[in-house]
Design a protein around this ligand. Structure first.
Ligand SMILES: [Zn+2]
Length: 284
């Protein structure tokens, strides 16, 4: 018989000597409880490491005076800057100093023929021309750790310019985020061939600046983030968007979602090779 005075301590007291059948049962029960506790701790730790993650990218930065206001956002918001713009370089400098992750937002030819501005890539360019412009744009925004396309509903459908783009990104160890301006994009398939880390944009937060629309897109982001674990949202430096984000970004945390720089996405995506190079080289 187990002494009565030991019963309240079941599961707490280690039995050092196994002298009787009773002690042996007591030891088994103790080990079972220990195992259960370890599993609970493991589940908790895994749960923490698998918290849903959102990368929020503000792009189209560089033309308007008010674009400076993006610097008031939390530093885990990623800022993607248009090259050769009046304010792009200055904002990228400050963003980098403040600890924001910076990206290059490169204009690419659209189906609608929108004006591209300086640094725009189009289908009339040969390899030397396209690569030359991309190199200059990267030199203009030297802190860029990755690139996403501005427009590009035509160019991202075309294999040749995408090969040249991805070869340049591979050379500089940069990642690619497909803004997904067309469902016929081949950009990510070609990024994969060059081992360029890549992911697509899942939601635009501010195609409509009406407060109800901003709220409904933000709710959609919360829903997607819980479902997908790694989600990319893109928004723009409109005053309505920035006001909404300042007031609402905390809701991500409250929902158990982690807001991370865009490059963090590649730590959790299987078969997305090359990210180790991006992270290690850029930290040097
Ligand atoms: Zn854009």
């Amino acid at each position: 018989m187990t002494p009565l005075y030991l019963k309240p301590y079941y599961g707490l007291l280690p039995i050092l000597k196994v002298e009787t059948l009773e002690h042996s049962q007591f030891l088994m029960e103790y080990l079972r409880r220990l195992q259960l506790a370890s599993l609970l701790v493991l589940a908790f730790v895994c749960g923490l490491s698998e918290a849903a993650q959102v990368a929020l990218i503000i792009d189209d930065i560089g033309y308007k005076k008010t674009d400076h206001q993006v610097l008031a956002l939390p530093t885990n918001v990623t800022l993607s800057v248009l090259p050769f713009t009046p304010l792009g370089q200055r904002i990228a400098d400050k963003a980098n100093q403040q600890g924001h992750e910076v990206m290059l937002h490169i204009p690419m030819q659209s189906l609608q023929g929108n004006r591209l501005g300086k640094g725009g890539l189009n289908n009339d360019m040969d390899e030397a021309e396209l690569t030359g412009i991309l190199e200059q744009a990267l030199a203009d925004i030297p802190y860029a750790k990755g690139l996403n396309n501005h427009m590009g509903s035509l160019l991202t459908q075309l294999p040749r310019p995408m090969h040249w783009t991805m070869a340049t990104l591979q050379k500089h160890r940069l990642f690619f985020i497909d803004s997904s301006t067309t469902k016929y994009t081949v950009a990510r398939d070609i990024a994969q061939q060059y081992q360029v880390p890549h992911i697509k944009r899942h939601v635009f937060l501010d195609n409509n600046l009406d407060p109800k629309s901003l709220e409904s897109q933000f709710k959609h982001l919360l829903w997607l983030a819980k479902k997908r674990k790694s989600t990319v949202a893109i928004a723009h430096p409109h005053k309505e968007t920035l006001r909404f984000l300042v007031a609402n970004l905390d809701r991500l945390k409250q929902a158990g979602i982690e807001l991370v720089p865009a490059s963090e996405m590649f730590k959790t995506i299987p078969n997305n090779t090359g990210f180790q190079n991006v992270i290690s080289i850029k930290k040097q």
